[in-house]
Design a protein around this ligand. Structure first.
Ligand code: PXG
Length: 479
Protein backbone atom coordinates (compact mmCIF):
# COMPACT_ATOMS: atom_id res chain seq x y z
CA UNK A 1 0.00 0.00 0.00
CA UNK A 2 1.69 3.15 -1.08
CA UNK A 3 -0.37 6.00 0.32
CA UNK A 4 1.70 6.18 3.47
CA UNK A 5 4.91 6.40 1.48
CA UNK A 6 3.52 9.09 -0.71
CA UNK A 7 2.48 10.87 2.45
CA UNK A 8 6.04 11.95 3.05
CA UNK A 9 7.03 12.85 -0.51
CA UNK A 10 8.62 16.23 -0.04
CA UNK A 11 7.43 19.34 -1.81
CA UNK A 12 10.10 22.01 -2.03
CA UNK A 13 9.05 24.86 0.26
CA UNK A 14 8.47 28.27 -1.23
CA UNK A 15 9.74 30.31 1.72
CA UNK A 16 13.42 30.78 2.65
CA UNK A 17 14.65 29.67 6.07
CA UNK A 18 14.20 32.19 8.88
CA UNK A 19 17.46 33.33 10.47
CA UNK A 20 16.36 32.41 14.00
CA UNK A 21 15.24 29.02 12.82
CA UNK A 22 18.54 28.36 11.07
CA UNK A 23 20.51 29.44 14.15
CA UNK A 24 18.77 26.81 16.34
CA UNK A 25 19.34 24.00 13.93
CA UNK A 26 22.33 21.76 14.14
CA UNK A 27 22.42 20.99 10.44
CA UNK A 28 21.09 22.17 7.09
CA UNK A 29 18.06 20.51 5.54
CA UNK A 30 20.30 18.86 2.96
CA UNK A 31 22.53 17.41 5.67
CA UNK A 32 19.56 16.13 7.66
CA UNK A 33 18.11 14.49 4.58
CA UNK A 34 21.39 12.88 3.59
CA UNK A 35 21.92 11.41 7.07
CA UNK A 36 18.29 10.33 7.31
CA UNK A 37 18.56 8.56 3.96
CA UNK A 38 21.84 6.94 5.01
CA UNK A 39 20.69 5.52 8.35
CA UNK A 40 16.97 5.67 9.06
CA UNK A 41 14.32 3.19 7.95
CA UNK A 42 10.90 4.90 8.21
CA UNK A 43 7.67 3.09 9.10
CA UNK A 44 5.31 2.09 6.28
CA UNK A 45 7.58 3.53 3.60
CA UNK A 46 9.18 2.67 0.29
CA UNK A 47 12.65 3.72 1.40
CA UNK A 48 14.19 3.76 -2.05
CA UNK A 49 11.64 6.21 -3.32
CA UNK A 50 11.66 8.25 -0.09
CA UNK A 51 15.43 8.59 -0.09
CA UNK A 52 15.36 9.86 -3.65
CA UNK A 53 12.75 12.54 -2.90
CA UNK A 54 13.97 13.37 0.63
CA UNK A 55 12.01 13.59 3.87
CA UNK A 56 10.45 16.68 5.30
CA UNK A 57 12.32 17.57 8.50
CA UNK A 58 10.09 18.89 11.28
CA UNK A 59 12.12 20.78 13.86
CA UNK A 60 9.67 22.37 16.28
CA UNK A 61 6.01 22.87 17.09
CA UNK A 62 3.73 25.09 19.13
CA UNK A 63 -0.05 24.94 19.56
CA UNK A 64 -1.42 23.61 16.26
CA UNK A 65 1.60 24.64 14.17
CA UNK A 66 4.76 22.85 13.03
CA UNK A 67 7.94 24.32 11.59
CA UNK A 68 10.17 22.51 9.13
CA UNK A 69 13.91 22.85 8.73
CA UNK A 70 13.44 25.47 6.02
CA UNK A 71 11.40 27.71 8.28
CA UNK A 72 7.97 26.91 6.84
CA UNK A 73 5.08 27.23 9.27
CA UNK A 74 2.62 24.39 8.71
CA UNK A 75 -0.81 23.98 10.28
CA UNK A 76 -1.21 20.44 11.62
CA UNK A 77 -4.61 19.09 10.63
CA UNK A 78 -3.68 15.62 11.94
CA UNK A 79 -2.49 16.28 15.55
CA UNK A 80 0.78 14.55 14.70
CA UNK A 81 -0.59 11.08 14.06
CA UNK A 82 -4.06 11.49 15.62
CA UNK A 83 -2.51 11.97 19.03
CA UNK A 84 -1.43 15.47 20.09
CA UNK A 85 -4.80 16.26 21.68
CA UNK A 86 -3.59 19.07 23.98
CA UNK A 87 -1.51 20.63 21.20
CA UNK A 88 2.24 21.15 21.06
CA UNK A 89 4.42 22.94 23.59
CA UNK A 90 2.41 22.35 26.78
CA UNK A 91 4.83 23.09 29.61
CA UNK A 92 2.66 21.18 32.12
CA UNK A 93 3.54 17.91 30.38
CA UNK A 94 7.23 18.74 30.02
CA UNK A 95 7.41 19.73 33.70
CA UNK A 96 5.66 16.52 34.77
CA UNK A 97 8.22 14.45 32.83
CA UNK A 98 11.16 16.47 34.19
CA UNK A 99 10.00 16.20 37.78
CA UNK A 100 9.28 12.49 37.49
CA UNK A 101 12.63 11.75 35.84
CA UNK A 102 14.38 13.35 38.80
CA UNK A 103 12.19 11.71 41.43
CA UNK A 104 11.90 8.18 40.04
CA UNK A 105 12.80 7.77 36.36
CA UNK A 106 11.98 4.09 36.31
CA UNK A 107 10.74 1.34 38.45
CA UNK A 108 8.79 -1.71 37.39
CA UNK A 109 5.31 -2.78 38.40
CA UNK A 110 6.09 -6.51 38.55
CA UNK A 111 6.94 -8.40 41.76
CA UNK A 112 4.42 -6.90 44.17
CA UNK A 113 5.58 -3.33 43.42
CA UNK A 114 3.88 -0.12 42.39
CA UNK A 115 4.60 3.63 42.41
CA UNK A 116 2.68 6.91 42.80
CA UNK A 117 2.37 7.96 39.12
CA UNK A 118 0.76 4.69 38.00
CA UNK A 119 -1.56 4.75 41.03
CA UNK A 120 -2.64 8.33 40.32
CA UNK A 121 -3.14 7.59 36.64
CA UNK A 122 -5.27 4.52 37.28
CA UNK A 123 -7.47 6.37 39.76
CA UNK A 124 -7.86 9.30 37.36
CA UNK A 125 -8.73 7.04 34.42
CA UNK A 126 -11.34 5.30 36.55
CA UNK A 127 -12.82 8.73 37.29
CA UNK A 128 -12.85 9.86 33.65
CA UNK A 129 -13.94 6.61 31.97
CA UNK A 130 -17.57 5.47 32.04
CA UNK A 131 -18.76 3.90 35.29
CA UNK A 132 -17.94 0.20 34.76
CA UNK A 133 -14.30 0.88 33.78
CA UNK A 134 -12.30 0.83 36.98
CA UNK A 135 -9.19 -1.20 36.10
CA UNK A 136 -6.37 -0.48 33.65
CA UNK A 137 -3.40 -2.47 32.33
CA UNK A 138 -0.50 -0.53 30.79
CA UNK A 139 1.78 -0.93 27.81
CA UNK A 140 3.62 1.34 25.37
CA UNK A 141 1.47 1.62 22.26
CA UNK A 142 -1.89 0.90 20.73
CA UNK A 143 -0.51 -2.23 19.09
CA UNK A 144 0.62 -3.63 22.42
CA UNK A 145 -2.76 -2.62 23.79
CA UNK A 146 -4.48 -4.86 21.29
CA UNK A 147 -2.02 -7.71 21.94
CA UNK A 148 -2.96 -7.27 25.59
CA UNK A 149 -6.66 -7.33 24.68
CA UNK A 150 -6.19 -10.75 23.09
CA UNK A 151 -4.41 -12.04 26.18
CA UNK A 152 -7.16 -10.73 28.46
CA UNK A 153 -9.94 -12.10 26.25
CA UNK A 154 -8.42 -15.58 26.25
CA UNK A 155 -7.72 -15.50 29.97
CA UNK A 156 -11.27 -14.34 30.62
CA UNK A 157 -12.82 -17.27 28.78
CA UNK A 158 -10.37 -19.69 30.40
CA UNK A 159 -11.56 -18.49 33.81
CA UNK A 160 -15.16 -19.13 32.70
CA UNK A 161 -14.24 -22.69 31.72
CA UNK A 162 -15.10 -21.93 28.08
CA UNK A 163 -11.84 -22.99 26.51
CA UNK A 164 -13.27 -23.39 23.03
CA UNK A 165 -14.03 -19.66 22.76
CA UNK A 166 -10.91 -18.72 20.77
CA UNK A 167 -12.00 -16.87 17.64
CA UNK A 168 -11.88 -13.09 17.44
CA UNK A 169 -13.91 -11.34 14.78
CA UNK A 170 -12.67 -8.06 13.35
CA UNK A 171 -13.33 -5.97 10.22
CA UNK A 172 -11.81 -5.43 6.82
CA UNK A 173 -10.15 -2.00 6.58
CA UNK A 174 -9.99 -1.77 10.36
CA UNK A 175 -6.66 -0.76 11.89
CA UNK A 176 -5.44 -2.23 15.16
CA UNK A 177 -1.68 -1.75 14.99
CA UNK A 178 1.39 -3.32 13.49
CA UNK A 179 2.60 -6.00 15.85
CA UNK A 180 1.79 -9.50 14.58
CA UNK A 181 -1.44 -9.55 16.61
CA UNK A 182 -2.33 -5.93 15.80
CA UNK A 183 -1.65 -6.47 12.11
CA UNK A 184 -3.69 -9.68 12.04
CA UNK A 185 -6.59 -8.09 13.90
CA UNK A 186 -6.53 -5.18 11.48
CA UNK A 187 -8.11 -5.70 8.12
CA UNK A 188 -5.48 -4.11 5.89
CA UNK A 189 -4.86 -6.49 3.00
CA UNK A 190 -1.55 -4.85 2.06
CA UNK A 191 -0.23 -5.61 5.56
CA UNK A 192 -1.49 -9.19 5.57
CA UNK A 193 0.34 -9.81 2.30
CA UNK A 194 3.66 -9.17 4.04
CA UNK A 195 2.78 -11.32 7.07
CA UNK A 196 3.21 -15.01 6.33
CA UNK A 197 2.91 -15.60 10.10
CA UNK A 198 -0.38 -14.40 11.47
CA UNK A 199 -2.14 -14.94 14.75
CA UNK A 200 -4.54 -17.83 14.39
CA UNK A 201 -8.30 -17.75 14.93
CA UNK A 202 -8.87 -14.20 13.71
CA UNK A 203 -11.46 -13.62 10.98
CA UNK A 204 -12.89 -10.50 9.36
CA UNK A 205 -16.30 -9.24 8.29
CA UNK A 206 -17.05 -6.30 5.99
CA UNK A 207 -16.82 -2.70 7.16
CA UNK A 208 -19.76 -0.26 7.45
CA UNK A 209 -18.47 2.00 4.65
CA UNK A 210 -21.69 3.33 3.12
CA UNK A 211 -20.32 5.62 0.40
CA UNK A 212 -17.91 3.04 -0.97
CA UNK A 213 -19.77 -0.22 -0.49
CA UNK A 214 -23.54 0.23 -0.25
CA UNK A 215 -25.42 -1.17 -3.20
CA UNK A 216 -28.91 -0.46 -4.51
CA UNK A 217 -31.24 1.87 -2.68
CA UNK A 218 -30.31 0.99 0.88
CA UNK A 219 -30.39 3.91 3.31
CA UNK A 220 -27.26 4.43 5.44
CA UNK A 221 -29.18 3.00 8.41
CA UNK A 222 -30.29 -0.12 6.51
CA UNK A 223 -26.79 -0.65 5.14
CA UNK A 224 -25.17 -0.28 8.59
CA UNK A 225 -27.66 -2.76 10.03
CA UNK A 226 -26.89 -5.26 7.28
CA UNK A 227 -23.15 -4.89 7.90
CA UNK A 228 -23.65 -5.40 11.65
CA UNK A 229 -25.70 -8.52 10.93
CA UNK A 230 -22.70 -10.01 9.14
CA UNK A 231 -21.35 -10.45 12.67
CA UNK A 232 -24.27 -12.71 13.53
CA UNK A 233 -23.82 -14.70 10.34
CA UNK A 234 -20.10 -15.15 11.07
CA UNK A 235 -20.79 -16.24 14.66
CA UNK A 236 -23.30 -18.83 13.46
CA UNK A 237 -20.81 -20.06 10.84
CA UNK A 238 -18.01 -20.52 13.42
CA UNK A 239 -20.30 -21.53 16.28
CA UNK A 240 -20.92 -19.19 19.23
CA UNK A 241 -19.08 -21.61 21.53
CA UNK A 242 -15.94 -20.91 19.53
CA UNK A 243 -16.14 -17.12 19.40
CA UNK A 244 -14.39 -15.11 22.12
CA UNK A 245 -14.70 -11.48 21.03
CA UNK A 246 -15.51 -8.87 18.43
CA UNK A 247 -13.18 -5.88 18.07
CA UNK A 248 -13.78 -2.64 16.20
CA UNK A 249 -12.85 1.01 16.20
CA UNK A 250 -16.03 2.97 17.06
CA UNK A 251 -15.20 4.90 13.88
CA UNK A 252 -12.40 3.71 11.62
CA UNK A 253 -9.54 6.21 11.69
CA UNK A 254 -6.68 5.05 9.47
CA UNK A 255 -9.28 3.33 7.27
CA UNK A 256 -10.64 6.75 6.25
CA UNK A 257 -12.71 8.18 9.11
CA UNK A 258 -15.59 5.83 8.36
CA UNK A 259 -18.53 6.75 10.61
CA UNK A 260 -21.18 4.04 10.75
CA UNK A 261 -24.85 5.07 10.81
CA UNK A 262 -26.61 5.07 14.19
CA UNK A 263 -28.03 1.56 13.68
CA UNK A 264 -24.61 -0.12 13.60
CA UNK A 265 -23.26 -0.26 17.15
CA UNK A 266 -26.52 -1.05 18.97
CA UNK A 267 -26.92 -4.05 16.65
CA UNK A 268 -23.31 -5.16 17.18
CA UNK A 269 -23.86 -4.92 20.93
CA UNK A 270 -27.12 -6.85 20.74
CA UNK A 271 -25.43 -9.66 18.83
CA UNK A 272 -22.44 -9.80 21.19
CA UNK A 273 -24.73 -10.04 24.22
CA UNK A 274 -26.98 -12.65 22.57
CA UNK A 275 -24.09 -15.00 21.83
CA UNK A 276 -22.02 -14.21 24.93
CA UNK A 277 -19.13 -12.60 23.08
CA UNK A 278 -16.86 -9.89 24.50
CA UNK A 279 -17.13 -6.53 22.75
CA UNK A 280 -13.87 -4.60 22.38
CA UNK A 281 -13.79 -0.93 21.40
CA UNK A 282 -10.40 0.14 20.04
CA UNK A 283 -10.35 3.72 21.30
CA UNK A 284 -6.76 4.46 20.28
CA UNK A 285 -7.89 7.29 17.98
CA UNK A 286 -11.42 7.90 19.27
CA UNK A 287 -10.46 8.15 22.95
CA UNK A 288 -9.75 11.30 24.98
CA UNK A 289 -12.11 13.75 23.39
CA UNK A 290 -11.81 13.33 19.64
CA UNK A 291 -15.58 13.15 19.05
CA UNK A 292 -16.43 15.56 21.87
CA UNK A 293 -17.05 12.68 24.30
CA UNK A 294 -14.26 11.30 26.42
CA UNK A 295 -14.53 8.03 24.51
CA UNK A 296 -15.95 7.42 21.06
CA UNK A 297 -18.14 4.50 22.20
CA UNK A 298 -20.04 7.06 24.28
CA UNK A 299 -20.67 9.04 21.10
CA UNK A 300 -22.15 5.94 19.46
CA UNK A 301 -24.00 4.85 22.60
CA UNK A 302 -22.72 1.37 23.34
CA UNK A 303 -20.99 -0.34 26.25
CA UNK A 304 -17.87 -2.36 25.43
CA UNK A 305 -16.25 -4.94 27.72
CA UNK A 306 -12.71 -3.77 26.97
CA UNK A 307 -11.27 -0.52 25.60
CA UNK A 308 -7.86 -0.08 23.99
CA UNK A 309 -6.18 3.26 24.72
CA UNK A 310 -3.01 5.02 23.51
CA UNK A 311 -2.25 8.22 21.53
CA UNK A 312 -4.37 10.87 23.32
CA UNK A 313 -3.63 9.21 26.69
CA UNK A 314 -0.35 11.18 26.76
CA UNK A 315 -1.13 13.42 23.76
CA UNK A 316 1.81 11.61 22.16
CA UNK A 317 4.39 13.45 24.32
CA UNK A 318 5.74 10.07 25.46
CA UNK A 319 4.63 6.59 24.37
CA UNK A 320 1.98 4.87 26.43
CA UNK A 321 -0.90 2.47 25.78
CA UNK A 322 -3.44 0.88 28.08
CA UNK A 323 -6.42 -1.45 28.21
CA UNK A 324 -9.48 -0.59 30.28
CA UNK A 325 -11.40 -3.56 31.68
CA UNK A 326 -15.11 -3.52 32.42
CA UNK A 327 -15.77 -4.60 36.01
CA UNK A 328 -17.09 -8.01 34.96
CA UNK A 329 -13.92 -8.77 32.99
CA UNK A 330 -11.63 -7.26 35.63
CA UNK A 331 -13.25 -9.42 38.33
CA UNK A 332 -12.52 -12.59 36.39
CA UNK A 333 -8.90 -11.60 35.79
CA UNK A 334 -8.33 -10.47 39.39
CA UNK A 335 -9.90 -13.48 41.09
CA UNK A 336 -8.37 -16.30 39.10
CA UNK A 337 -4.66 -16.48 39.81
CA UNK A 338 -1.71 -15.36 37.71
CA UNK A 339 -2.25 -13.39 34.52
CA UNK A 340 0.97 -14.11 32.70
CA UNK A 341 1.46 -10.96 30.67
CA UNK A 342 3.49 -7.78 31.15
CA UNK A 343 6.12 -5.48 29.72
CA UNK A 344 9.21 -3.94 31.28
CA UNK A 345 7.62 -0.54 30.87
CA UNK A 346 4.07 -1.43 31.95
CA UNK A 347 2.96 1.70 33.83
CA UNK A 348 6.25 3.52 33.22
CA UNK A 349 6.45 6.29 35.84
CA UNK A 350 7.44 9.07 33.42
CA UNK A 351 4.74 8.14 30.91
CA UNK A 352 2.20 7.84 33.73
CA UNK A 353 3.14 11.26 35.14
CA UNK A 354 2.80 12.82 31.69
CA UNK A 355 -0.54 11.06 31.17
CA UNK A 356 -1.85 12.46 34.47
CA UNK A 357 -0.78 16.00 33.52
CA UNK A 358 -2.33 15.54 30.08
CA UNK A 359 -5.66 14.19 31.37
CA UNK A 360 -5.90 16.99 33.92
CA UNK A 361 -5.44 19.53 31.14
CA UNK A 362 -8.11 17.86 29.02
CA UNK A 363 -10.46 17.93 32.01
CA UNK A 364 -9.61 21.14 33.90
CA UNK A 365 -9.06 23.36 30.86
CA UNK A 366 -12.39 21.96 29.60
CA UNK A 367 -10.77 20.95 26.33
CA UNK A 368 -13.02 17.92 25.81
CA UNK A 369 -16.09 19.92 26.80
CA UNK A 370 -15.20 22.66 24.29
CA UNK A 371 -14.88 20.12 21.48
CA UNK A 372 -18.39 18.90 22.28
CA UNK A 373 -20.15 22.21 22.65
CA UNK A 374 -18.15 24.72 20.65
CA UNK A 375 -15.19 23.94 18.37
CA UNK A 376 -16.43 20.51 17.29
CA UNK A 377 -19.84 21.68 16.02
CA UNK A 378 -18.14 24.73 14.47
CA UNK A 379 -15.62 22.56 12.59
CA UNK A 380 -18.29 20.14 11.35
CA UNK A 381 -20.59 22.95 10.17
CA UNK A 382 -17.78 24.89 8.55
CA UNK A 383 -16.72 21.81 6.55
CA UNK A 384 -20.27 20.98 5.51
CA UNK A 385 -21.07 24.57 4.52
CA UNK A 386 -17.81 25.01 2.65
CA UNK A 387 -18.11 21.81 0.65
CA UNK A 388 -21.89 21.70 0.10
CA UNK A 389 -22.43 20.82 -3.56
CA UNK A 390 -18.71 20.76 -4.26
CA UNK A 391 -18.12 18.98 -7.59
CA UNK A 392 -15.71 16.37 -6.19
CA UNK A 393 -16.83 15.98 -2.55
CA UNK A 394 -19.18 13.03 -2.15
CA UNK A 395 -19.53 12.85 1.62
CA UNK A 396 -18.27 14.45 4.80
CA UNK A 397 -18.19 12.13 7.80
CA UNK A 398 -17.22 12.86 11.37
CA UNK A 399 -18.09 14.42 14.70
CA UNK A 400 -16.22 16.68 17.07
CA UNK A 401 -12.75 17.32 15.68
CA UNK A 402 -12.39 14.45 13.24
CA UNK A 403 -13.57 14.38 9.65
CA UNK A 404 -13.29 12.38 6.44
CA UNK A 405 -13.88 14.03 3.09
CA UNK A 406 -14.75 11.59 0.31
CA UNK A 407 -13.38 12.57 -3.09
CA UNK A 408 -15.76 11.45 -5.83
CA UNK A 409 -16.07 11.72 -9.59
CA UNK A 410 -19.84 12.07 -9.35
CA UNK A 411 -20.87 12.88 -5.77
CA UNK A 412 -24.63 12.57 -6.34
CA UNK A 413 -24.36 9.16 -8.01
CA UNK A 414 -21.85 8.04 -5.33
CA UNK A 415 -19.39 7.31 -8.13
CA UNK A 416 -15.77 7.10 -6.96
CA UNK A 417 -12.75 7.95 -9.09
CA UNK A 418 -11.36 4.90 -10.88
CA UNK A 419 -7.86 5.97 -9.78
CA UNK A 420 -8.93 7.15 -6.30
CA UNK A 421 -5.51 6.75 -4.67
CA UNK A 422 -3.90 8.96 -7.28
CA UNK A 423 -6.55 11.63 -6.83
CA UNK A 424 -5.94 11.55 -3.08
CA UNK A 425 -2.22 11.99 -3.70
CA UNK A 426 -2.81 14.96 -6.00
CA UNK A 427 -4.94 16.60 -3.34
CA UNK A 428 -2.45 15.79 -0.58
CA UNK A 429 0.36 17.39 -2.61
CA UNK A 430 -1.67 20.59 -2.94
CA UNK A 431 -2.09 20.55 0.85
CA UNK A 432 1.68 20.26 1.26
CA UNK A 433 2.21 23.22 -1.03
CA UNK A 434 -0.26 25.19 1.06
CA UNK A 435 1.44 24.23 4.36
CA UNK A 436 -1.51 22.18 5.58
CA UNK A 437 -1.15 18.65 6.93
CA UNK A 438 -4.21 16.73 5.72
CA UNK A 439 -3.98 12.96 5.32
CA UNK A 440 -5.03 11.07 2.20
CA UNK A 441 -6.26 7.50 2.64
CA UNK A 442 -6.94 6.42 -0.90
CA UNK A 443 -9.72 8.73 -2.07
CA UNK A 444 -10.60 10.10 1.37
CA UNK A 445 -8.99 13.21 2.85
CA UNK A 446 -8.71 13.14 6.64
CA UNK A 447 -8.58 15.82 9.31
CA UNK A 448 -8.03 15.33 13.03
CA UNK A 449 -6.46 18.50 14.46
CA UNK A 450 -5.27 19.09 18.04
CA UNK A 451 -8.29 19.50 20.32
CA UNK A 452 -7.08 22.93 21.48
CA UNK A 453 -7.60 24.39 18.02
CA UNK A 454 -9.52 27.69 18.00
CA UNK A 455 -12.06 28.92 15.45
CA UNK A 456 -9.60 31.10 13.54
CA UNK A 457 -7.29 28.12 13.15
CA UNK A 458 -10.24 25.97 12.07
CA UNK A 459 -11.03 28.61 9.45
CA UNK A 460 -7.43 28.43 8.26
CA UNK A 461 -7.52 24.63 7.94
CA UNK A 462 -10.83 24.63 6.09
CA UNK A 463 -9.72 27.45 3.75
CA UNK A 464 -6.49 25.59 2.95
CA UNK A 465 -8.38 22.33 2.45
CA UNK A 466 -10.77 24.12 0.09
CA UNK A 467 -7.86 25.52 -1.89
CA UNK A 468 -6.32 22.04 -2.22
CA UNK A 469 -9.59 20.36 -3.18
CA UNK A 470 -10.49 23.08 -5.68
CA UNK A 471 -7.02 22.79 -7.22
CA UNK A 472 -7.48 19.01 -7.44
CA UNK A 473 -10.81 19.40 -9.25
CA UNK A 474 -9.23 21.90 -11.60
CA UNK A 475 -6.30 19.59 -12.38
CA UNK A 476 -8.80 16.82 -13.14
CA UNK A 477 -10.76 19.17 -15.41
CA UNK A 478 -13.88 19.03 -13.21
CA UNK A 479 -15.68 22.24 -12.29
N1 PXG B 1 -5.58 0.99 17.05
C1 PXG B 1 -5.97 2.04 16.32
C2 PXG B 1 -7.43 2.31 16.15
C3 PXG B 1 -5.01 2.87 15.73
O1 PXG B 1 -5.41 3.90 15.00
C4 PXG B 1 -3.30 1.47 16.71
C5 PXG B 1 -4.29 0.69 17.26
C6 PXG B 1 -1.89 1.11 16.97
O2 PXG B 1 -1.28 2.02 17.80
P1 PXG B 1 0.32 2.17 17.78
O3 PXG B 1 0.58 3.08 18.94
O4 PXG B 1 0.90 0.83 18.01
O5 PXG B 1 0.70 2.74 16.44
C7 PXG B 1 -3.65 2.59 15.94
C8 PXG B 1 -2.57 3.41 15.34
C9 PXG B 1 -2.34 6.30 9.97
C10 PXG B 1 -1.79 5.69 11.19
O6 PXG B 1 -1.65 6.28 8.95
C11 PXG B 1 -2.63 5.32 12.20
C12 PXG B 1 -2.10 4.71 13.34
C13 PXG B 1 -0.73 4.50 13.44
C14 PXG B 1 0.10 4.88 12.40
C15 PXG B 1 -0.42 5.47 11.26
O7 PXG B 1 -3.46 6.81 9.99
N2 PXG B 1 -2.96 4.28 14.31
Amino acid sequence: MSYRTEEVAYVQPAQPAGAAQAAQQQRSTAEYRALDAAHHIHPFSDMGSLNRSGSRVIVKAQGVYLWDSDGNKIIDGMAGLWCVNVGYGRKELADAAYRQMQELPFYNTFFKTTHPPVIELSALLAELAPEPFNHFFYCNSGSEGNDTVLRIVHQYWATQGKHSKKFVISRKNGYHGSTIAGGTLGGMGYMHEQMPSKVENIVHIDQPYFFGEAEGNLTPEEFALARAQQLEAKILEIGADNVAAFIGEPFQGAGGVIFPASTYWPEIQRICRKYDILLVADEVIGGFGRTGEWFAHQHFGFEPDLITLAKGLTSGYVPMGAVGLHDRVAKAIIENGDFNHGLTYSGHPVAAAVAVANLKLLRDDKIVERVKTDTGPYFQKKLRDTFANHPIIGEISGAGLVAGLQLAEDPKARKRFANGGEVGTICRDFCFNGNLIMRATGDRMLLSPPLVINKLEIDEIVAKAKYAIDATAQQLGIS
